[in-house]
Design a protein around this ligand. Structure first.
Ligand code: SAH
Length: 468
């Protein structure tokens, strides 16, 4: 079973993208069994679709095509296929969500290419090569991965762990991308295919891998496994991928940046936060952006590298921080075109400020927890009522996660200057109140490794102004 959740508002647009009505459940006949599509939840804030694939092992043997398997008769009837995600799931995705897999949407064409906050669970995914390989496959594509290994049989703990994992993936990606990643990578993790692999599989791999496989750090392993280790097919596919990857140096640079990020331990929470905020700002389509409480200018530096942003303004109350930002960005030595895009302002977020009006988006990264609670109300009006950008991205620590650190640098809080740290519920409650008051819708995303009990170290809220 695969479930897919979005908190993109309105979340029920997922039904349009998949061309499956959230109000009813549907079943489809497949050559090897049946697929069922239903929605365990469908509200404007959060919508989940489930794809349950039921495999008929007896039918499989009867309908067997191509060379028969080596295993004895028993193995043909008794195997893991009905219970594990495999190439059968890929086929079901292609059959049942075909138009979404090819990136088409009649009713929501603009949404088909839009990165959406997506959360996916696979109840039993065989990971041959272990969790390490699972991460190597998905993390370079922008996913955060969490996985729990399933025991072989809960009644017999001595038998140990199985090769199956319950897997959760989070990403901000267009739905089509996510489906094509799954289509290719599930059989790769399983390291098997239920059907004969021939020339047309090379074409299928290249088609579904378009735009991501050629530059994936694990492209060789993916290709080998996808093509069932058949030398001539693998060589053919890799040669075509090499052609595809040659001409676009921008994309190469991008993947190198992603490769670096996958060195999990080396990438700090700081950088992950920056990446998430940057992705949210890019996805909003904003061109004129504010970084409020910009501190030493790390986000500004990243924003400058993106051509999308034509006007970038950083503001901070601290002179010293602005001086450091000024140096970090080599402001004095910037070419005139770059310099014209960037301004640094000194000011406080608790005073109404005309300089902040008229922007498309604002980031407020790890700042609100520095404000005295009585001042928070002033900040709300300054940002949501007077500055009023269409998109607001706010991050703040998730206090629940603090239990995961052996020691906190500042006693109860992560930083001496923090006036409060909120639980996820507290942050979301605040966000909903502010959104309702000033006319913004919102969604929430975790930043950093997510723990099933206490969540992720940083919480991010993305606010979108309701149309007038
Ligand atoms: N956004 C930066 C810095 C976070 S630290 C980053 O992610 O690295 C918090 C910043 O908020 C500090 O630079 C501090 O000077 C600034 N700040 C605190 N109170 C503020 C206020 N009232 N107005 C503007 N900036 C403020």
């Amino acid at each position: 079973m695969l479930t897919l959740t979005t908190t993109h508002v309105p979340a029920t647009d997922l039904g349009f993208l998949l061309r499956k009505n959230p109000a009813r459940s549907q079943s489809f006949n497949l050559s090897f069994g049946r697929a069922h599509v239903f929605y365990p939840e469908a509200t404007p804030e959060r919508c989940t679709v489930a794809l349950l694939v039921e495999i008929d092992p007896v039918g499989l043997v009867r309908n067997r095509r191509g060379p028969s398997g080596e295993g004895g008769a028993l193995e043909q009837y008794v195997n893991d296929r009905p219970y594990a995600a495999s190439s059968f799931l890929s086929v079901a995705i292609a059959e049942v969500f075909g138009s979404a897999l090819s990136g088409k949407s009649k009713e929501r064409p603009e949404l088909a290419d839009t990165p959406l906050p997506l959360h996916m669970t696979l109840s039993a995914l065989p990971c041959r090569g272990g969790q390490e390989f699972l991460r190597k496959l998905f993390e370079p594509l922008g996913y955060t991965v969490s996985a729990g290994q399933l025991s072989l049989d809960e009644n017999f703990p001595d038998w140990g762990e199985s090769a199956y994992h319950r897997v959760e993936l989070n990403a901000l990606l267009p739905l089509q991308k996510l489906l094509s990643h799954l289509y290719v990578l599930v059989p790769v993790l399983d390291n098997d295919k239920h059907y004969w692999v021939g020339d047309e599989e090379v074409e299928k791999l290249l088609r579904h891998g378009e735009g991501w496989l050629a530059l994936h750090p694990e492209r060789e392993a993916i290709t080998r496994r996808y093509l069932k280790h058949q030398r001539t097919l693998v060589d053919d596919a890799l040669a075509q991928l090499a052609d595809e990857s040659a001409p676009d140096p921008d994309a190469v640079a991008e993947v190198h940046a992603l490769e670096e990020e996958t060195i999990e331990s080396a990438i700090s929470l700081n950088e992950q936060r920056l990446g998430s905020v940057l992705a949210a700002l890019k996805a909003s389509g904003a061109t004129r952006v504010l970084d409020l409480g910009c501190g030493e200018g790390r986000l500004l530096q990243a924003l400058l590298k993106e051509k999308q942003f034509v006007e970038i303004v950083g503001m901070d109350v601290s002179h010293r921080a602005l001086e450091i930002a000024h140096d970090r960005l080599h402001y004095d030595r910037l070419p005139p075109v770059q310099k014209a895009r960037l301004r640094l302002l000194q000011g406080s977020l608790i005073y109404k400020d005309a300089r902040l009006a008229g922007f498309d988006a604002a980031a407020v990264v790890e700042v609100i927890e520095h404000l005295d609670p009585p001042r928070l109300a002033a900040f709300e009006r300054v940002l949501f009522e007077y500055a009023q950008p269409n998109t607001i991205v706010i991050t703040t620590p998730n206090r629940e996660y603090n239990v995961k650190w052996e020691s906190l640098p500042a006693g109860n809080f992560r930083h001496r200057d923090h006036r409060f740290e909120w639980t996820r519920e507290e942050f979301q409650e605040w966000a909903h109140r502010v959104g309702a008051r000033f006319g913004y819708g919102m969604r929430f995303l975790p930043v950093g490794p997510e723990d099933s009990a206490v969540g992720s170290p940083t919480q991010m809220g993305i606010f979108e102004r309701n149309p007038a």
